[in-house]
Design a protein around this ligand. Sequence first.
Ligand SMILES: Nc1ncnc2c1ncn2[C@@H]1O[C@H](COP(=O)(O)OP(=O)(O)OP(=O)(O)O)[C@@H](O)[C@H]1O
Ligand SMILES: [Mg+2]
Length: 339
Amino acid sequence: MNNFEIILDNMRDGILLIDLNGNVLQINKSLKELLDKNKAIIDIGDDISKIELDPELKRVIERTLSSPKENDIEIWADKYSATLHLSVVPIKSTDQSNVLIIFRNTTKQRQLENVRRDFVANVSHELKTPITGIKLLADAICQSDEVKDNEIIQFSKRLGKETGRLVQLVNDLLDLSKLEAVKPSFEYFDFAGLIRELGNEFDSVAERKEISFELTIDEEIPFCFGSPEQLELLIVNLFENAIRYTLPSGRVRADFSSKKSSVFFKIEDDGIGIPKKDINRIFERFYRVDKARSRMKGGTGLGLSIVKHVVQNHDGLIDVKSDVGVGSTFTVELPLVTL
Ligand SMILES: Nc1ncnc2c1ncn2[C@@H]1O[C@H](COP(=O)(O)OP(=O)(O)OP(=O)(O)O)[C@@H](O)[C@H]1O
Ligand SMILES: [Mg+2]
């Protein structure tokens, strides 16, 4: 292989040089891999029109060969499940005309853009509901000649509730953006002690809902190496969900143990459960199985995406098993023991 071929084959972009009759003059490894994982379907000397390509790509190539001009296009190629950016460059020399097509796989980039766009749309939508409520209530209070004193108290209480939702949403968003943007600072800390403290707080939350709440913590848990702030978010969100989605007189059990270099946190409830079709999506931002119900209970659908990030930042694993009407079990494994 000469240097030119080495460069070509190690480029991330796909390269295709064809003459106006569709004969392949040059093709690199990236493009062969993109068009066919076995790299068997297309090679130098082949006639491109005889090759089974994605129909949209085929159309673009045919159009390019019939009237070659410089062009940049993006297509969705169903056959390769990929968004492809194609830069077409006609190359004219004295004796022949060829066309160079540079392929760039932009699938990931487009997906990220879509996620970002959806995220902004979702945030705006979530903000709109409490803000509209606050505006209506404030207007009603301003017209106080027609509003009775007890109504003003009622409106003010609702104002407080809507504002609370806004604060909760903004706090969740800040937590999430911090988790994504900042590299967590890890330290040795008493994870068992932290869970015990949080457990005491949630004891009273559960009691108010008449839910029995049991927490067992293995005595032998060593100090852990991780981010206490982030791991607190993880535990709080899982405690909160277990209690939130369990009906009064239900039961929540949490267990914290360690084995070798990992700690295990398991939280089990006999609550409403999660339908099979939703289970893979509950870690997405803003995803709620029952939007109205979760929102009524003050949920924004960000809790589990925060949990997922914390698990990822600590190289851990999270698993969920759930049956509708029976309950849910979340299991987290975190490799935090380094001593
Ligand atoms: N223990 C559970 N039992 C049943 N459903 C659950 C449980 N945990 C989560 N879910 C479902 O997963 C969805 C997403 O959970 P997540 O914690 O991300 O959001 P949320 O609880 O609705 O709001 P937030 O946590 O932001 O206040 C919930 O709306 C609920 O439908
Ligand atoms: Mg939650």
